[in-house]
Write a protein that binds this ligand. Structure first.
Ligand code: SF4
Length: 334
């Protein structure tokens, strides 16, 4: 049997090799505060800096609506079963445009438009066209919406979306009402339509085994995304899943680093959420700013709660020794 050790894995990584699932499990099993784990984080930071020439990106997301959602992902504050929000509300087109323009002004490298899973697609198209027509032509526009057919994916592309955020979440279908197969099918549809897909290993909680996490890293690697990365689950107070607890930022940083080592060097981006210096230190080169409704928050307007601004994200990168990209997202092909 071949013995795995961190030094060998880091040496192999320096040669540009992608780590196997077995090696990822080993790296994930290291105590997050061990010297070996810090070496892995340093190597991931080195790779990310090399691939993105030391320039990190900040993307910014707003939600078009807030509504109790039958998707019932147990980790989401919109999930009907969590009973956090009972009323629905939607942004008017001019409010959506104002958010997008503000993000442009703040220097976000991409603007994300999010909805809950059941937001009407035609309405999404209508408001998106309004947003697209009012923002700069070079601004990268990204959709973060539910599963879609190939036709719908094509329409997103046609009206000026560059890409999407879409993830097969950990324990999809068990901790959510969504079908893992449909999630994967949608990713294929988006890519077939020419949309770039950013993804992430999320939402990681203490109950997820190293094997499950490694398997998900390998899945994200297999779709050749614009970026992968890792995000921890944020406990929504007074929900059953909150009893499972949360992993520390340090453990999340370790997973961010291990994800970097498990993904091909053709993938420039490595994200984490929520933004933190430990994540940036461990090789994250993408953070998100957020306003409006947020699935990790119980505040209707996350800017009054958990959501960070573009400037806050930039500051965290600066504190961690990163420069910032100016202009359209390179991860999405800008
Ligand atoms: S994560 Fe999306 S699909 Fe799941 S409950 Fe929240 S809004 Fe609905």
């Amino acid at each position: 049997m071949v013995k795995v050790n961190t030094d060998d894995l880091i040496k192999k990584s320096r040669n540009g090799e992608q780590r196997s699932k077995k090696e990822l499990i080993y790296l994930l099993s290291l105590p997050p505060d061990s010297v070996d784990s810090y070496l892995v984080m340093a190597e991931a930071n080195r790779i990310s800096k090399e691939l993105s020439q030391g320039k990190a990106e900040v993307h910014a997301q707003f939600a078009l609506n807030l509504a109790p959602c039958p998707g019932n992902c147990v980790f989401c504050s919109f999930a009907q079963i969590n009973g956090i929000f009972s009323e629905s509300s939607q942004l008017k087109p001019e409010e959506a445009v104002a958010h997008a323009k503000q993000f442009e002004q703040d220097g976000a490298n991409a603007v994300f438009v999010m909805t809950t899973a059941k937001y009407p697609f035609e309405k999404f198209i209508e408001i998106s066209q309004e947003i697209r027509s009012k923002i700069k032509p070079e601004t990268t526009l990204i959709a973060n919406i539910g599963d879609q057919s190939l036709d719908n994916a094509q329409r997103l592309k046609d009206i000026g979306y560059t890409g999407v955020y879409h993830a097969l979440r950990l324990r999809e279908g068990k901790d959510s009402n969504l079908s893992p197969e449909k999630r994967k099918e949608s990713i294929r549809h988006f890519q077939e339509a020419g949309l770039k897909v950013g993804t992430c290993v999320e939402p990681v909680g203490p109950e997820h085994t190293d094997e499950e996490i490694a398997e998900m890293i390998c899945f994200t690697a297999s779709i050749q995304p614009s970026y992968s990365g890792a995000a921890r689950r944020i406990s929504i107070p007074n929900t059953p899943i909150a009893k499972r607890g949360m992993i520390s930022e340090l453990r999340m940083a370790q997973i961010v680093a291990v994800t970097r080592l498990g993904i091909s060097r053709t993938v420039m981006g490595n994200c984490t959420h929520e933004p933190c210096t430990l994540g940036a230190l461990a090789g994250a080169n993408l953070f998100w700013a957020e306003v409006g409704a947020n699935p990790r928050d119980v505040e209707e307007n996350t800017e009054k709660g958990r959501g960070g601004t573009v400037n806050h994200c930039k500051k965290l990168f600066h504190e961690s020794g990163w420069d910032l990209l100016k202009g359209p997202s390179r991860y999405y092909g800008g």
